[in-house]
Write a protein that binds this ligand. Structure first.
Ligand code: GRF
Length: 188
């Protein structure tokens, strides 16, 4: 199962899924829209090829995604894993990968969609906070839920909560990939 990770920023989830040992799944390449993102450095360190698609160089989303799709097809990519990818995936890629695109979001969806989810949940005063791995659908952060994890906030400060959220993400995301795409005899 050949997997492409899409990331725009730090890339800690990219690194977590790339460091996991799989039998059949393989993190084949990184795609980023941001040449200055730290995920590129991680890619070099992990020896995983990276491909930069500078969004501004395209006339629009469809040209941008068509170009990405060419690479995905050439590289025979089976599954796409979004890991801090800051763009909405359009039907051009979505239709080519039905139920084959995953995302991780730092809230217990359907609560706190969108950016700044951790801070919003914390400031709202939720007592239990968590993360969600879901299939990507046309509506943002609204696809079918695959897995969640959560913890009680207690007396933790916001930075402590953020750190714990990220630790949970780094544990859950590789596990989901294993469960969905790493079984012996799996064929898409
Ligand atoms: C994570 O919190 C993830 O849930 C969200 O974006 C963040 C990406 O962090 N979608 P990183 O780039 O993987 O470190």
């Amino acid at each position: 199962m050949r997997i492409a990770v899409f990331a725009s920023g730090n890339g800690s989830n990219f690194e977590a899924v790339a460091r996991q040992r799989y039998r059949r799944a393989q993190i084949v390449l990184l795609i980023t829209d941001n040449e200055n993102a730290y995920c590129v450095e991680r890619s070099k360190k992990l020896n995983i090829p990276y491909y930069i698609f500078p969004y501004d160089k395209y006339s629009g989303k469809s040209e941008y995604e068509k170009d990405i799709l060419l690479l995905l097809t050439k590289e025979k990519i089976d599954v796409i894993v979004l890991a801090g990818y800051m763009r909405i995936v359009s039907p051009i890629i979505l239709n080519a990968y039905p139920k084959r695109i995953l995302n991780i979001h730092p809230s217990l969806l359907p609560a706190f969609k969108g950016m700044n989810a951790i801070r919003e949940a914390y400031n709202y005063g939720v007592k239990i906070i968590g993360i969600t791995v879901h299939y990507v659908s046309p509506a943002v952060d609204a696809g079918e839920i695959i897995a969640q994890d959560a913890f009680r906030i207690g007396r933790r400060t916001l930075p402590e909560v953020e750190a714990r959220i990220h630790r949970l993400e780094h544990r859950l995301y590789p596990r989901v990939i294993k469960r969905l795409f790493d079984k012996q005899g799996d064929r898409l």
